[in-house]
Design a protein around this ligand. Structure first.
Ligand SMILES: *[C@@H]1O[C@H](CO)[C@@H](O)[C@H](O)[C@H]1NC(C)=O
Length: 494
C-alpha cells in the first residue's frame, strides 16, 4: 500500500458509539480505518459510511491489517467496554504498533486503569490517552464533548481531528487537553456525577410541581419549555419538556406515567461519591442523587413500607398543603430552587476536581472544563458559560457560591428555595437533592457551626483535644470531673 492510501487515524470497537464516532471523523474529512473482531460490525460500518455520503472509511478484518493501514505515528481510538476488554484490545493491537504510536481509550474507564496502561504502553514506547467522551450516540455522531488526558504529544498528533469532531460552540470546539495521567477519565467521571445531580434535581422539581402544585403533564411540558428559554436553558431541561409530550401507545395518558420508578446506573456516579469521600470533599447533592437511585431500586420494599405506614396511621399530607398553594408562584419558586440547587451541585463537582488536581498535580483549568461542557455533553447548559467566566475572573475561586455574580444570584433565590423545600417537607415529598444543596449552602456560608460541641464530645470521651477561638494551642479538659464537681446540672434546673 502506498503512503497516500494510509488512513490518518483508526478506531477499534464498533458498537453504536464507535461506529458513530468513526463516521463523524470520516465526515470531517479525515480518512479512518475501522476494526472489530466481529466482522459483521465492520461491514455494517462500511455500509453506513457508504450510505451516509461516501465517507473516507476503510474496514479491516485483522488487528494487523488494521494497524498497518494507519499512517505513522499511528493514533488508534478504542471504544470497547471498560475494564478487561480494553486490556484485551490493547494486547491485540499493540503487537503491531511501533514506538511513537498512540492508543486512545474513549470509554468510561476508571482513571487508575488508565494510569496503569499509560505505564505499560510507555514500556513499549507507545503513547496513551484516556479520553472522556460525552454526548451519547447522537453526540458521537454529530459532535461530542471530548476530555482527553495523558500524553500531550499524543494529543497534539490528533488535535486537528478532535477539534473538528467535537461539538462547536460560540467560543470554540468542545475539547481541550485536560492534563496528565488519568485526568481525562477523572474529569469525565465527575461530569457524570454532576449529571446524576442535575437529573435528580429536575426529577424533584417535577415531583413538587406535580404533587404539591397539581400540575398536569401538558402543563409540565409548557413549564419546562419556558424554563429552557431562560437561566435553566440546557439539554436536560429541553429533553424533559419533550418527555412530558409523549403519549402512551398502549393506553390513556402520557408514557412518563407508565414507566417503572427504578433508576439504572453504570457506576460513574458511585465512583464520584467514593472519590469525594476519599478526598474529604463534601458532595452531598451528588451523594443524594446516588442514594436516591439506590432507594428507587427497592420498589417492592417501598410498596410494602407505604402500606405498613398507612396502616400505622400515616396520613397523606399532600392534600393539606396543596389546597393553599398559589400555583403560579410555586412554579416560579421551583425554577429558582432548581437553579440555586444546581449551582451548589456544580460547586461540589468543581471542588472535587480541584482537590484531585492538587493531589495529582494535574493543574486542571476549571474555566476550560466549564467551556468544553457547554456543548456536546449531557450537562450542556447556558449557565456553564457563567461558570467559565467565574473561573476566568478568579482561577483560585474557593467555591462557585462565593463568586460575586453567583453569590448575588444565590441570595436572590434563597427565599424561593427555602419556600419550596419547606413546602415539600410539610407535604412529605422528599427532595433530597434540593435539601442537600440548601444544607450545603447554609453550612458553608455560616462562620460558626456547632462543630464546637462535637469537638467537646470527642475530647470528653477520647481526649482528642480541641483548639480555642481566643488563644493558640491545643487543650484537653477533664469534662466529666468538672461537670460533676461544679454541679452544673443542678444550676441548670433552677
Ligand atoms: C466488536 O464487537 C463486539 C460486539 O458488538 C464487541 O463486544 C467487541 O468488544 C467489539 N470490539 C472489538 C475490538 O473487537
Amino acid at each position: 500500500m502506498e503512503a497516500s492510501a494510509l488512513s490518518r487515524i483508526g478506531l477499534a470497537g464498533l458498537a453504536v458509539m464507535g461506529q458513530n464516532l468513526a463516521l463523524n471523523v470520516a465526515e470531517k474529512g479525515f480518512p479512518i480505518s475501522v476494526y472489530n473482531r466481529t466482522t459483521s460490525k465492520v461491514d455494517e460500518t462500511l455500509d453506513r459510511a457508504h450510505r451516509e455520503g461516501q465517507l473516507p472509511l476503510t474496514g479491516h478484518y485483522t488487528p494487523r491489517d488494521f494497524v498497518l493501514s494507519i499512517q505513522r505515528p499511528r493514533s488508534v481510538i478504542i471504544l470497547v467496554k471498560a475494564g478487561s476488554p480494553v486490556d484485551q484490545t490493547i494486547a491485540a493491537l499493540s503487537e503491531h504498533m511501533s514506538p511513537g504510536d498512540c492508543i486512545i481509550d474513549g470509554g468510561n474507564e476508571w482513571y487508575l486503569n488508565t494510569e496503569r496502561r499509560i505505564h505499560e504502553a510507555s514500556q513499549k514506547g507507545l503513547l496513551y490517552l484516556g479520553m472522556g467522551v460525552s454526548g451519547g450516540e447522537e453526540g458521537a455522531r454529530h459532535g461530542p464533548s471530548l476530555m482527553p488526558g495523558g500524553s500531550f504529544e499524543a494529543y497534539n498528533n490528533i488535535r486537528d481531528i478532535l477539534q473538528k469532531v467535537a461539538a462547536q460552540v460560540d467560543d470554540g470546539p468542545c475539547v481541550t487537553y485536560i492534563g496528565e495521567g488519568g485526568s481525562g477519565n477523572f474529569v469525565k467521571m465527575v461530569h457524570n456525577g454532576i449529571e446524576y445531580g442535575d437529573m435528580q434535581l429536575i426529577s424533584e422539581a417535577y415531583d413538587v410541581l406535580k404533587h404539591v402544585g397539581g400540575v398536569s403533564n401538558a402543563e409540565l411540558a409548557e413549564i419546562f419549555d419556558e424554563w429552557n428559554k431562560g437561566e435553566l436553558e440546557s439539554f436536560l431541561v429541553e429533553i424533559t419538556a419533550d418527555i412530558f409530550k409523549v403519549k402512551d401507545e398502549y393506553g390513556e395518558g402520557e408514557l412518563v406515567d407508565k414507566i417503572l420508578d427504578k433508576t439504572g446506573m453504570k457506576g460513574t456516579g458511585k465512583w464520584t461519591v467514593q472519590q469525594a469521600a476519599e478526598l474529604s470533599v463534601a458532595a452531598p447533592t451528588i451523594a443524594a442523587s446516588l442514594d436516591c437511585r439506590y432507594l428507587s431500586g427497592l420498589k417492592e420494599e417501598r410498596e410494602k413500607a407505604a402500606k405498613v405506614l398507612k396502616e400505622a396511621g400515616l396520613k397523606d399530607e399532600v392534600q393539606n398543603v396543596g389546597v393553599h398553594v398559589d400555583k403560579k408562584r410555586l412554579i416560579d419558586d421551583v425554577r429558582q430552587a432548581l437553579y440555586a440547587s444546581k449551582i451548589c451541585s456544580y460547586a461540589q463537582g468543581m471542588n472535587l476536581l480541584r482537590s484531585k488536581s492538587n493531589e495529582k498535580g494535574w493543574n486542571l483549568n476549571f474555566g476550560e472544563l466549564a467551556r468544553i461542557w457547554k456543548g456536546g455533553c449531557i450537562i450542556r447548559a447556558v449557565f456553564l458559560d457563567r461558570i467559565k467566566k467565574a473561573y476566568q475572573r478568579n482561577p483560585n475561586l474557593a467555591s462557585l457560591v462565593v463568586d460575586p455574580e453567583f453569590a448575588r444570584e444565590m441570595v436572590q433565590r434563597q427565599a424561593a428555595w427555602r419556600r419550596v423545600v419547606g413546602l415539600a417537607i410539610s407535604a412529605g415529598i422528599s427532595t433530597p437533592g434540593m435539601c442537600a444543596s440548601l444544607s450545603y449552602f447554609d453550612t458553608y456560608r455560616r462562620a460558626r457551626l456547632p462543630a464546637n460541641l462535637v469537638q467537646a464530645q470527642r475530647d470528653l470521651f477520647g481526649a482528642h483535644t480541641y483548639e480555642r477561638i481566643d488563644r493558640p494551642g491545643s487543650f484537653h479538659t477533664e469534662w466529666t470531673k468538672l461537670a460533676r464537681q461544679t454541679g452544673a446540672g443542678v444550676d441548670a434546673e433552677q
